[in-house]
Write a protein that binds this ligand. Structure first.
Ligand SMILES: Nc1ncnc2c1ncn2[C@@H]1O[C@H](COP(=O)(O)OP(=O)(O)OP(=O)(O)O)[C@@H](O)[C@H]1O
Length: 465
């Protein structure tokens, strides 16, 4: 008996009305694959397919009833693909039927083998078919997941709110560019809604049924970058146990969202530029370039134009990604939106935490308007969530209920100081307090402020802290 662990995992179905062919196929294939089934009567296919997902189906083109036209083969191929559009079907054809087989490939078959087959050739064909099946299944799962996420997303309605002139302009631009194929660069501070805008563009685009794949370039290490973005083949490096597509392939026909693009090192900028220019990616360890069709939306909170001047960002890469630019204003630049967003988050968290706080007191409104919001909408959202949870009584939310980054109540600190401090002073104060509260732990402080570590560090530098 053969040790099962030597076998390649995979389920194969062979459909042929010649029992000799079936026996030979089964004997041979069972030595290589974990599951091999055979079927003489194609009429049983619907039942078989309903009960089992086969990785590869070997299908005879010419059943006895209709010896030479291949009509039955075409018919069954179509039926299989109806049941499982990702099915991988290999046709078994007789010598001389090659033209017909080519036609069948156009109709959705993956490959064909000639009868009588050479075992080694059949095996090679099956192995590559298995790989194709694996990537189809992975793609299906990803799509299903994405759809699930999108639905969950719609449920939560992360609609982009804003009544300010600046935000109206942003909405107008989104409407105008979404349906085009233009690459979009979104600039704005942390927490201003860059990801939300990227999602909105994808949702309104012609690619809406395909994947929206986000890559946080700030979080990818230099060594992982290539494999993460472009994929790798088995054995390319120590941990590469299987072939794996990268994020660009996962986003094929859809949209890729390159977040924190300003954080890329010079070497990585060159690699990304080359992929975007050639519209091709090459998996690490392979020399086969694969074409990709993706729309690129990038975002950063870094001053890319200044970085081009001081040569820390490539101009040619900037021109690749900035066909359309969207500037998201900071929250303090659109004070008109502060109360609108505050009310929105109040209702959102009322529902979430089963509370019934009906409004925001005039004093708190004043304080919210005076605060500089270094972490922008995200900071307001977090602060509102905390307030809804912590508020002592239902009814009206008061300044005392409201803790900001510093964890001091608005009334006692920010609101009183607002009259005498300018925005930068206030931001510096807020940051100092957060750092003090977390005893110098930058990760914790940045979390509380709604900033990334990188942007907190930039501010520390700016304020000489
Ligand atoms: N205009 C808006 N209306 C409603 N919610 C918003 C708005 N802008 C941002 N938000 C919310 O604020 C949070 C932060 O938004 P988002 O992640 O899109 O910001 P970002 O600019 O991409 O942040 P970062 O630069 O830190 O990645 C999210 O929860 C988002 O839903």
């Amino acid at each position: 008996m053969q040790d099962k662990s030597d076998l390649h995992p995979g389920a194969i179905l062979v459909v042929d009305d010649n029992s000799g062919v079936l026996t030979a196929a089964k004997l041979f294939l069972k030595r290589h694959f974990t599951q091999v089934e055979t079927e003489r009567n194609p009429e049983n296919l619907p039942v078989l397919l309903a009960n089992m997902r086969y990785d590869v189906i070997l299908l005879d083109m010419n059943f006895t009833k209709d010896r030479s036209s291949g009509k039955e083969g075409f018919f069954w191929l179509e039926r299989i693909l109806q049941v499982d559009p990702s099915a991988v079907v290999i046709l078994i054809t007789a010598y001389g039927d090659v033209e017909m087989a080519v036609q069948a490939i156009k109709g959705g078959a993956t490959d064909f083998v000639l009868k009588p087959w050479e075992n080694e050739k059949l095996l090679a064909t099956l192995f590559s078919a298995m790989k194709l099946r694996a990537s189809k299944v992975e793609n299906d799962e990803l799509k299903a997941k994405q759809k699930g996420l999108a639905i969950a997303h719609n449920d939560a309605i992360p609609e982009i709110l804003g009544n300010s002139t600046a935000m109206r302009k942003v909405f107008e631009t989104i409407n105008r560019v979404a349906k085009t194929e233009a690459n979009v660069l979104i600039l704005g501070e942390n927490g201003t809604g860059k990801e939300l805008v990227a999602q909105a563009i994808h949702q309104q685009s012609n690619r809406t049924n395909e994947h929206f794949v986000k890559v946080d370039l700030g979080a990818i290490t230099e060594t992982l970058f290539e494999s993460e973005l472009f994929g790798h083949v088995k054995g390319a490096f120590t941990d590469a146990r299987d072939d794996r597509p990268g994020r660009f392939e996962a986003a094929n026909r859809g949209t890729i969202f390159l977040d924190e693009i300003g954080n890329l090192t010079a070497g990585l900028q060159a690699k990304l530029l080359s992929a975007l220019q050639n519209r091709m990616v090459t998996r690490v360890g392979s020399n086969q370039a694969r074409p990709i069709d993706v729309r690129v939306i990038s975002a950063t909170n870094m001053p890319l134009y200044e970085m081009v001047k001081d040569r820390s960002f490539r101009q040619d890469l900037l021109y690749r990604i900035n066909t359309i630019e969207i500037h998201l204003p900071s929250l303090r630049e659109r004070a008109e939106d502060i109360l609108l967003l505050a009310e929105h988050f109040l209702q959102l968290y009322n529902r979430k935490y089963n509370r019934n706080i009906s409004n925001i007191s005039a004093a708190l409104k004043k304080a919210l308007l005076a605060y500089p919001w270094p972490g922008n909408v995200r900071e307001l959202q977090h602060a509102m969530e905390r307030a809804v949870i912590m508020a002592r009584d239902s009814g009206t939310l008061q300044p005392d209920d409201f803790m900001l980054g510093s964890n001091h109540s608005l009334e006692s600190e920010a609101a009183l100081n607002a009259a005498t401090m300018n925005l930068e002073d206030m931001e510096r104060e807020t940051i100092l307090k957060a750092i003090k509260k977390h005893q110098g732990n930058i990760s914790e402080a940045s979390k509380e402020l709604g900033l990334t570590r990188a942007s907190l560090y930039r501010r520390l530098e700016k304020y000489g802290i």
